[in-house]
Design a protein around this ligand. Structure first.
Ligand SMILES: Cc1cc2nc3c(=O)[nH]c(=O)nc-3n(C[C@H](O)[C@H](O)[C@H](O)COP(=O)(O)OP(=O)(O)OC[C@H]3O[C@@H](n4cnc5c(N)ncnc54)[C@H](O)[C@@H]3O)c2cc1C
Length: 345
């Protein structure tokens, strides 16, 4: 963020990370992880604190830096083809097809379409074809490593939200300069609750539920019944009784859900996975579609997934941007399936 010149604006709309306190459901403390103590100060150690910001605020900052005519909203990527020069066999161009029938040709395609990335699926198809699909009749492309061929599964679902401004007397954590996360582990249920204070006396909140059995991810498993508004309401009801972030532990999740606009609550699935392959031909992958450590499904934009963003130089995605920035120059086009330029969908 510092290298992109975005850090000052992000700091203005966020809180530095202070600590995580892990509690049992009787509110006794299991332990703490600190980011600004005498013994462990992230700024001294890494150059910056992590900054806690809501996803809509982060999106608005990013969007304000990109010329509007470069963003084509409501475009769904369907597939891409890396085009080889017939004389040399070298890949020289990539063509993209969108669901509205439009085509784009480019020198480089950067896929940043999240955990269930269609760009990654297209790239992997191309690599399989070019490597001969195990038939020995390929074009010199190395086959995909075994790790990338394993089926995707998720083991946790979560409900995420960003509350409206809350009363500081009831939730004094929200008045602190540093964001002090609270995590409540339930001993006798599959739930875990996260509360992350952000600017404007609000909480980003997250409740995860561990499933008894992992569920296979299919390219079409976005059934409205599992991830649509009804599923969100159903999970909201199921977790109302869980402990809220109140001092003393009297309040419930229900209080926080009632203090959160309905369109700012989303149900998501979580998956931890790192793909080895992140480029091929003229396509490169960026963000979650490369390292799926958490997988969102449907309207995650509303939620708290931007709660902590690394500002230090170690962040891999930033390095990728640097790598390709000279190629992009001013001719970058961004296509996104998002239909509005505002961030709350
Ligand atoms: C519950 C949860 C909590 C998290 N908490 C944190 C946290 O505290 N801190 C943190 O740093 N990270 C957190 N993460 C992870 C973080 O949200 C992701 O790493 C990050 O959002 C990944 O960004 P991305 O751009 O790769 O993908 P996404 O944010 O998923 O964006 C993908 C975009 O591509 C668009 N798209 C999808 N398919 C197509 C298509 N076919 N054509 C065109 N556009 C398409 C989507 O509409 C979307 O706008 C969390 C994630 C979850 C799920």
């Amino acid at each position: 963020m510092e290298q992109l010149g975005l850090l000052d604006e992000i700091k203005r709309l966020s809180k530095p990370f202070g600590k995580i306190t892990v509690l049992r459901d009787d509110m006794s403390v299991v332990g703490t992880i600190t980011g600004n103590s005498k013994h462990m100060d992230h700024q001294q150690r890494y150059g910056h604190y992590g900054q806690c910001i809501t996803r809509p605020d982060l999106y608005n900052i990013l969007l304000s830096k990109i010329p509007k005519e470069r963003i084509h909203l409501g475009k769904r990527f369907v597939n891409s083809h890396n085009i080889n020069d017939p004389a040399t066999g070298v890949c020289t161009q990539v063509q993209v097809r969108c669901s509205d029938g439009s085509f784009y040709a480019a020198d480089v395609l950067v896929g940043a379409d999240g955990a269930s990335s269609a760009v990654r699926q297209s790239l992997f198809r191309w690599i399989k074809e070019e490597s001969g699909n195990g038939t020995g009749h390929g074009h010199g492309q190395k086959p995909l490593p075994k790790q990338d061929l394993e089926e995707q599964q998720y083991r946790q679902v979560a409900l995420v939200g960003v509350s409206n401004p809350l009363n500081l007397k009831r939730y004094p954590d929200l008045g602190e300069t540093f964001s002090q996360f609270k995590v409540i582990l339930s001993r006798h249920s599959p739930y875990m609750n996260w509360f992350m204070p952000v600017l404007g006396n609000r909480y980003c909140w997250l409740v995860t539920r561990t499933l008894e059995k992992p569920i296979r991810i299919l390219s079409d498993n976005s059934k409205e019944s599992e991830w649509g508004p009804d599923a969100t309401d159903e999970m909201s009801k199921a977790i109302r009784h869980l402990k809220g972030p109140d001092e003393g532990g009297q309040g419930t999740m229900g209080d926080l859900i009632d203090a959160t606009d309905r369109q700012l609550i989303s149900k998501v699935m979580l998956e931890e996975r790192v793909f080895k392959t992140w480029y091929g031909g003229r396509t490169v992958l960026l963000g979650d579609e490369r390292s799926v450590y958490r997988k969102g499904r449907k309207r995650v934009d509303a939620g708290c997934s931007g709660a902590g963003i690394p500002t230090s130089r170690q962040h891999a995605s930033i390095n990728h941007l640097e790598l390709y920035s000279s190629t992009f120059n001013n001719n970058i086009n961004i296509i996104t399936s998002t239909t509005r330029s505002t961030t709350v969908q």
